[in-house]
Design a protein around this ligand. Structure first.
Ligand code: NAD
Ligand code: UDP
Length: 327
């Protein structure tokens, strides 16, 4: 066990944030989980509530906060396109004002600060696979821009605070990540397909399903967060973190159907605007600077995620039938 630190995790009640809080507590740290529960739930961190080193704080990251901390992981921001497009102005505020507030906190306390950036900074990339040196191909005024440009501006702020105020920054560009605790109605492709397959409803493929993504299992990703935070101060990022295995969306659908033995059929829907056609991280830098690469294959990770949703859905239907009996 290392030195006990006081660590703030914004967006800590979300999918990735909850796994990160758990990991940091297991290492013996004190963790403050800050969230406004826009897309996160108390259910995700319910099992941590009895831990006296864990503190839950309802707070919106777009407002300043005064705390004493050694490290900050800034994850607050809806990540699913459906959620971040629901209130796009708030999404940009969350990324930009949130970054300013957290960087201000880091400046006052001298804390090290990690930013959950995204592969979306590359937009619909014309360079494949994506390396950190690529500046991207991003629409500044489209439906995804609130997220993409918000995250890009957050990166700008991180690097300006680093150059201007010598802040110790760690910027990780996260590629599509999946696993237990994704919200079942989150709208992202892995959770959608698994829930659809398990409930026997049609699998919704947007476009022809020929677009590609690279899927990383959540615990692999959390390992990279911690390694990046613990790396030498000279390692600032931006650094790609994700699984370089690349699959078409149609391949993913077929895999999920096969693994769940589902009778769901495929249905084809309109492709959302600016949906990137291809995405795969070049993780050479993460291997060199963090000694990190993902260990969990898509098949293994999907198996665990299917088990999670299977349990969740049967718990839910049990609750519904109990209510029906009581009613
Ligand atoms: P998530 O939606 O499950 O988690 C986001 C959390 O932030 C939620 O708990 C939400 O309630 C909270 N939040 C949103 N706005 C807030 C605000 N204004 N103040 C305080 N809390 C707020 O999504 P996730 O997949 O866990 O993503 C976590 C972070 O990682 C996000 O910053 C996201 O952009 C980034 N990321 C995730 C992926 C992925 O594939 N999961 C990919 C790229 C980047
Ligand atoms: N997608 C799909 N069906 C769904 C949800 C998503 O075909 O039910 C597609 C989506 O158009 C995109 C890919 O799957 O091409 C990944 O979508 P997601 O929302 O998970 O993340 P993105 O990488 O687009 O941010």
């Amino acid at each position: 066990m290392g030195i006990r630190k006081r660590i703030l995790v914004t967006g800590g009640a979300g999918f990735l944030g909850s796994h990160l809080c758990e990991r940091l507590l297991n290492e013996g740290n004190e963790v403050i989980c800050m969230d406004n529960y826009f897309t996160g739930t108390k259910q995700n961190i319910h099992h941590l509530m009895d831990n006296s080193s864990f503190e839950l704080m309802r707070h919106d990251v777009t407002f300043p906060v005064y705390l004493e901390v050694d490290e900050i992981y800034n994850l607050a921001c809806p990540a699913s396109p459906i959620h971040y497009q629901h209130d796009p102005v708030q999404t940009t505020k969350t990324s930009v004002h949130g970054a300013i507030n957290m960087l201000g906190l880091a400046k006052r306390t001298g804390a090290k600060i990690f930013q959950a950036s995204t592969s979306e900074v590359y937009g619909d990339p014309k360079v494949h696979p994506q390396q950190e040196s690529y500046w991207g191909h991003v629409n500044p005024i489209g439906f995804r821009s609130c997220y993409d440009e918000g995250k890009r501006c957050a990166e700008t702020l991180f690097f300006d605070y680093h150059r201007q105020h010598n802040l110790r920054i760690k910027v990780g560009r996260i590629f599509n990540t999946y696993g237990p605790r994704m919200h079942p109605n989150d709208g992202r492709v892995v959770s959608n397909f698994i829930v659809q397959a398990l409930t026997g409803t049609p699998i919704t493929i947007y476009g022809e399903g020929e677009q590609t993504r690279s899927f990383c299992y959540c615990l692999d990703l959390i390992e990279s967060f911690v390694r990046l935070m613990n790396s030498d101060d000279s390692v600032t990022g931006p650094i790609n973190i994700g699984n370089p295995g690349e699959f078409t969306i149609r391949q993913l659908a077929e895999k999920v159907i096969e693994m769940t033995n589902s009778s769901s059929e495929l249905v084809f829907k309109d492709l959302p605007s600016d949906d990137p056609t291809q995405r795969r991280p070049d993780i050479t830098l993460a291997k060199e600077q963090l000694g990190w690469e993902p260990k969990v294959s898509l098949d293994e990770g999907l198996k665990k995620t299917i088990e999670y949703f299977d349990q969740l859905l049967s718990d839910k239907s049990a609750t519904v039938s109990q209510m029906a009996v009581r009613g």
